[in-house]
Structure formats: structure tokens, C-alpha cells
Design a protein around this ligand. Structure first.
Ligand code: ADP
Ligand code: MG
Length: 305
């Protein structure tokens, strides 16, 4: 188990991580969800041992993970870290970058392993291409494959899909998380995008300004966000009489109990997102047709929707 106990860290006086605790079991995926600047990258760097904690303790299987004060080379043997700014060997082929950390003693096994990883990240066709000629998203996929090459016990992924277009992202995410599960690799994945993790994480930790805001399995967190900042990650939401409702939980009705005035209808593909004014605040309603600004509408609330 990876155990993070009440850790804090400051960048010369600026408190970036403030008393965070969590556990990740073998083979589990923990998503660290937070907006830009919330401390996700700092948290991963502390866990990898690139930075020293000011307070608290980080351990894997009861063995403390040491920071740069006590360990010259960051990164325990069993852990891999794919940084937001991934570094690769630009003048070397995709296959060689991935195979760089595999033993060359058994060439056939090395080739099979490299091919398997190329397949996971969808780069089989690019095996022989030099990395310098790849797009940002392709480089990011090489970095992922490289980190997975020796099947670490723990992998830390910092915004791993950020450079990859949404068209390629969905199948890639499915393959990566399937691979992690099949090899029982524990994973911490930092992201600001719920789509990266909602279907794949065992637990989600939401952080804000270096503090833990919520922590729960995806379905529980979605159904019971507790805090507007948590709901904001999942969908458009509104606060009605002190409670949080997603846009799909508010229904337009022919009669009361609530009344609002439409401000604008946004086309969302299959549906419209209707913005309305209610008690001086904004209300967001999912609806199947366009409603003109200024229209007076009635709505009801349905948490079970
Ligand atoms: P995230 O990855 O969630 O975007 P970071 O961990 O990169 O957040 O940053 C958290 C906070 O720490 C931000 O306010 C950022 O400006 C600050 N920060 C990050 N790196 C440094 C640094 N090297 N020196 C000073 N402040 C930093
Ligand atoms: Mg970051």
C-alpha cells in the first residue's frame, strides 16, 4: 500500500500542499482531481521524491520514500513517473525510446514487449520514426509506453492525456487503464478533466489550493459532491435553496414549484443547456429544445435523475 500521511510542503514560504493524506492499495487507481495550480504536480513530485516534504510521511509497503535530502537519485526502483513535461531521446526511434529500459539480453522478449507497449499506446505504425518528428500527443504516448516498459509497481501520471486530441484520447485511456489493471500496477493520475478518470479510477481525491476537498469512489462523489467546487468538475450545476443540483436534475415543468427567467440556451449537441435567472443567481437546466431568452419557466428538482 502507498500511504501518504498528513504531508505539507511550501515553495519558499508559499504553502502548496497542506496536510494531505490518502492510501492507494496495490493495483488501484487514485485520481487526483484539481484545477490548474491546485498542487497536483507538486503532490506527485513529493511522492516520487523529487521534493522533500516539510511535514508528514510517504511510504510504500511500510518503507519510507525518501526525498532529495536523503536520496541522491529521485524515484524508487518500483515507481515510474511521467512528468507533465516528458523527456525523451529526440534523435532515437519510438521503439528504441520505449525499449531503452528493457534488457537486451533476450532480443525476442524485448521485441515482443516493445510491440505490446506500442499497441497499448497506439503507435505501432510509428515504431521506426525518430521522436523529433512526432507531434506533442504522440510524444506523450511514447513517454507513457516508456514508463510502463518494465511494469513498475506504482506509476505516477501527470496530466497524461493533455496533449492528445479527444478523438484518440478515449480509446487510449481505455487501453492504458486496462493494461494497468491487468498488470496490477497502482496508479496515481493527476488531471483537471473528469473524463480522464471517472470510468477508470477506484477513488478520486479532489484538491483545492493544496488541501483535500473530498475523497470518494467516482459514483459516490458524483452523486454526493458535498461542495460546489466538487460538483463543478463533473457538470454544470446550480445551488437551489442551499442544495447542489446538476443540470440534468432540474426539469422544466408546466407548473411550479419554482419559477425562473431564461437568459440563454446553449446548443450542446444532443441537448440544450438553458441558463436561467433564479433568486439573483444562475440556474442551469438540461432541456431537449431551445427556449428563447426572457421566457418565464417553471421547474422542479429531481436528485434521482
Ligand atoms: P497543478 O499541477 O495542480 O497545476 P502545481 O503543483 O504545479 O499545481 O502548483 C501548485 C502551486 O505551487 C501553484 O500556485 C504554483 O504556482 C506553485 N508552484 C509550483 N511550482 C513552483 C516553484 N517551483 N516555485 C514556486 N511556486 C511553485
Ligand atoms: Mg500540474
Amino acid at each position: 500500500m502507498l500511504s501518504v500521511k498528513n504531508i505539507s510542503f511550501s515553495y519558499s514560504g508559499f504553502l502548496a500542499i497542506d496536510g494531505i493524506s490518502f492510501d492507494v492499495k496495490e493495483g488501484e487507481v487514485l485520481a487526483i482531481l484539481g484545477e490548474s495550480g491546485s498542487g497536483k504536480s507538486t503532490l506527485l513530485k513529493l511522492i516520487y521524491g523529487v521534493l522533500d516534504v516539510d511535514f508528514g510521511l510517504i511510504s510504500w509497503k511500510n518503507q519510507e520514500i525518501l526525498g532529495p535530502k536523503n536520496k541522491l537519485i529521485a524515484g524508487p526502483e518500483f515507481m515510474k513517473y511521467v512528468a507533465q513535461e516528458f523527456d525523451l531521446m529526440p534523435f532515437t526511434s519510438v521503439a528504441e525510446n520505449i525499449g531503452a529500459h528493457l534488457s537486451g539480453f533476450y532480443p525476442l522478449e524485448k521485441k515482443q514487449r516493445t510491440d505490446e507497449l506500442l499497441d497499448v499506446v497506439g503507435l505501432s505504425k510509428f515504431a521506426a520514426i525518430n521522436v523529433q518528428f512526432l507531434s506533442g500527443g504522440q510524444k506523450q504516448r511514447v513517454a507513457l509506453a516508456k514508463a510502463l516498459a518494465r511494469a513498475p509497481e506504482v506509476i505516477l501520471l501527470d496530466e497524461p492525456f493533455s496533449h492528445i486530441d479527444s478523438f484518440k484520447k478515449r480509446p487510449l485511456r481505455r487501453r492504458i487503464f486496462k493494461y494497468l489493471k491487468s498488470k496490477k500496477i497502482a496508479c496515481l493520475v493527476a488531471t483537471h478533466d473528469k473524463n480522464d478518470v471517472l470510468s477508470f479510477a477506484d477513488n478520486i481525491l479532489v484538491i483545492q489550493e493544496g488541501r483535500s476537498l473530498a475523497s470518494a469512489p467516482p459514483e459516490l462523489l458524483f452523486k454526493n459532491p458535498q461542495h460546489p467546487s466538487v460538483a463543478a468538475f463533473f457538470s454544470e450545476y446550480s445551488c437551489v435553496d442551499g442544495d447542489i443540483y446538476y443540470a440534468h436534475q432540474i426539469k422544466l415543468a408546466s407548473k411550479g414549484p419554482f419559477k425562473a427567467r431564461v437568459v440563454k440556451s446553449y446548443f450542446k449537441g444532443g441537448k440544450f443547456l438553458v441558463e436561467a435567472a433564479y433568486k439573483g443567481g444562475a440556474l442551469f437546466i438540461e432541456h431537449n429544445i431551445y427556449i428563447a431568452p426572457g421566457t418565464l419557466v417553471f421547474f422542479s428538482l429531481d436528485k434521482s435523475a
